[in-house]
Every structure is written in structure tokens, then in C-alpha cells.
Design a protein around this ligand. Sequence first.
Ligand code: FE
Ligand code: FE
Ligand code: ZN
Length: 275
Amino acid sequence: MRIGCHLSSSKGFLAMAKTAESIGATTFQFFTRNPRGGAAREWMTSDVEAMLEYFEKAGIRKPLAHAPYVLNPCAKDQGLRQFARQTMAEDLAKLEQIPDVMYNLHPGSHVGQGTEAGIRLIADALNQVLGKEQHTVVLLETMAGKGSEMGRSFGELAAILSQVECADHLGICLDTCHVWDAGYDIVENLEGVLEEFDKVLGLGRLKAIHLNDSMNGRGSHKDRHEKIGKGQIGEAAFERIVNHPALRDLPFYLETPNELEGYGAEIALLKGKRR
Ligand code: FE
Ligand code: FE
Ligand code: ZN
């Protein structure tokens, strides 16, 4: 089982690999830069190389780079859209240094322009930043649908994918808290939700799972993560999720409200549920 959690990148790449190993993780997620400010951090090639070497020794793979939250490729303001594209392009260029990394992106918020316009603007941005030569797979995250957030349904994500030329470079990251908050019943009907995913997007597109319980009820559109088993999704549902044949071989990333110790305990808990 490949499982890890979100880690702070403030001490660099090698430090993240060591931290992951110390809590029993075999993968991890990190922000490419300050999640709210978007300021670029210096990437030391030697640090990236040291991390990759450490990966071999520790059995770590598939680090997931998360784009900063502030990016909005479908903003109304042209300057904000430009900033999102520029940041994505810069991040993707740097990520080429890491062999099996994926880049996770929140599709954006249409801020009153409507879903159709949002879909078109996100696809435009992806068409500009995705190159045929890139190896990094870009993941669109399933969103809770807070406000005018895009990606609240499998259909919206499929509509974006259908307008992207290099769509073979695109995948989906399913966030359990987000899909639950968006209204998908992964507690009572995981099978049905995955069938719908397969019909609309194709399970081949599913590349990563964000494991989060939710503080709120199904369809609440709130996006408040909770510790595994402490929220409305519940431990039994997570046991089914980590064992489901369509999901069990994917990398799992925790984004629960925890310090390192809590993450370590959740990783152990979920490993213990594997059949
Ligand atoms: Fe996210
Ligand atoms: Fe997430
Ligand atoms: Zn979230």
C-alpha cells in the first residue's frame, strides 16, 4: 500500500523524504510554493538529487506536488489568469527534475462567469502550459463545490478534459472529503460512485486519492477536512476505500488536520485495514 501525507516543504526535499520515512509513509504531498502567496521557493538541484537517492533506500515513490491554492486559471481578471498560467508553467518546468511526480491542481472558481466559461478558461490554460515532451502528469482535483468552485462533478471535470489537446497528460485526483461534500455517497454506495466515475471520466484517469474525512454532511459543499474516522464519512468507509480493487493500487495522501504524530497514527491505522 502506498500511503503518505501532506508535508511542509520548508526544509527542502531531502528533509521531506526523511520525514515521510520516519512516520511509515511511502509517498507524500508537498506545496510547490507558498500555498496562499504563490511566491517561488528556490529549488536546489543537489537537494532534489539527494531526495531521489533517499527514495531508493526508503522505498518512497510518487511524490505529489500541489499547486498553490491562490491559482485561479478561470478567474475573471485577466491578470489573475495570467499569473495562474505563469505559475503552472514554472512549476511544471521545475517538476521535470523529479521522475514520477504528479502535479495536483484545483481547477479554479468561475466567480460568476458561469460553468461554461469556467470550463473553457481552464482548458485554455491547460492547453497553454501542457507540452507533449513533459513527463509530469497534471491531476485535476475533485472539488467540494464551495461557492463557484469548478470540478464539483465528474461531468464538469470530463468537460474540461474534452477540451484539452494534450489530455493524455491529465488525470484526476479524487479527494474523499470533497466528493462527499459535493454529494457523492461514498459511504453507502462506493461502488455506484466509482461506476459513475468510470462511465463519465474512465477509471484509467484516476491517478491519486486524497484521504480525508469530512466535518460536514454529504452535499454540504463546505470542504472542511476531519481526521480519519472522526467525521461524517467514518472509519468503515475508509476501510472499503483503501481495499477497493479500483483504488487499492493508487497512491493515498492524507490531508487531515494533524501534526506529524497524528499522521503517523493514521498511516498505521489505514495500513492495518488492508486485506
Ligand atoms: Fe487540494
Ligand atoms: Fe485534497
Ligand atoms: Zn479540501
